[in-house]
Ligand binder design. Structure first.
Ligand SMILES: [Zn+2]
Length: 316
């Protein structure tokens, strides 16, 4: 705002012989300056997406061949529970873990939660959770979209937790939440337990494997991140975690209901920027967005060839 010319300056420009041209030029410059300021306000820009795509090739090696997923808990709720102002229509909800598969090896994204953690919910599937744990044991690396129980339960409180901790990459922010402000008692980590994990800190982006880049995305939780995946086929997917609970939240730029959001301590400004990026920059670029709990949307991504149902746990 400090660079804006005063009223008298603008008047002088307009009355000068070539004032109209100068004033127009100044106005264009001001608009451009304003756009730059607006872009600066949100870190989620076209430039960020370009950087993400570039970093997909930072770690050399064959790109992933598929992304599988399996839900350990199927449920349903009203759209209005997931999206502010949404209808009462029931939606199919899932709690999945994702498996980024390479020709040799895999990276897991999220790890579900055990039956007790799920509160004995009727939709809990023990066989699916066992399979998620088997996939975690088999994976070369495990990351979490965020530090909530239904996403990290498998790596912080499960029979596999101690075994997989050394190859589970948590961000500093995720660990801080789990140590000092866990949203569920069962996932609290003490600092000794936290040291068993791979803990990293990064500002915006972190490539973790061929075709896979972490995108810092605090808001739903301090440690939330999106996971970008570029497949060998050229298809691209962003695993968006819980930035929205239903795809209509992105399409209509609507957040979770205000009271729910407040209870969870969400930062709605940050989430607003992320929803705008996903809708206005990511989706138009042909990148599929996988919203963790939207079961219908995940099925649609299977139909479109971006995701595959199930986790591969066979072989060595
Ligand atoms: Zn969740």
């Amino acid at each position: 705002m400090g660079s804006r010319p005063s009223r008298s300056t603008r008047h002088a420009l307009a009355t000068a012989g070539r004032g109209i041209l100068l004033a127009t030029t100044t106005a264009v410059a001001l608009v451009a300056h304003g756009a730059a300021l607006a872009a600066q306000a949100s870190p989620y820009t076209a430039t960020l997406l370009r950087d993400v795509r570039g970093l997909a090739h930072a770690v050399p090696g064959p790109l992933p061949v598929a992304i599988g997923y399996l839900s350990m808990q199927d449920d349903s709720s009203a759209v209005s529970d997931a999206v502010e102002g949404g209808p009462k229509t029931r939606i199919f909800e899932v709690t999945p873990a994702f498996q980024v598969r390479y020709p040799a090896g895999s990276i897991m994204v999220d790890a579900g939660m055990d039956r007790e953690a799920a509160g004995g919910a009727s939709g809990f599937r023990q066989d699916a959770f066992d399979r998620i744990l088997a996939a975690c044991r088999k994976a070369g690396l495990i990351v979490a979209t965020h530090e909530h129980l239904d996403h990290v339960g498998g790596v912080v409180r499960s029979p596999a937790a101690a075994e997989v901790a050394p190859k589970t990459l948590l961000t500093r922010a995720q660990v801080q939440t789990l140590v000092s402000n866990p949203k569920a008692a069962g996932i609290a980590l003490d600092s000794a337990a936290a040291r068993r994990y791979l803990v990293v800190d990064y500002d915006r982006l972190l490539p973790i494997g061929p075709g896979v880049v972490l995108i810092r995305a605090p808001g739903h939780t301090p440690g939330s991140q999106m996971v970008y995946v570029r497949l060998a086929s050229g298809q691209e997917v962003i695993l968006a975690g819980d930035i929205a609970w239903h795809m209509s939240g992105i399409e209509q730029q609507r957040q979770k209901p205000d009271t729910t959001s407040r209870q969870m301590g969400e930062n709605r400004t940050q989430i607003g920027e992320e929803l705008a990026w996903l809708k206005n920059t990511v989706l138009p670029a042909g990148i599929a967005v996988a919203v963790s709990h939207d079961g219908t949307e995940l099925q649609d991504l299977v139909r479109r060839g971006f995701l595959h149902p199930g986790l591969d746990v066979g072989g060595s």
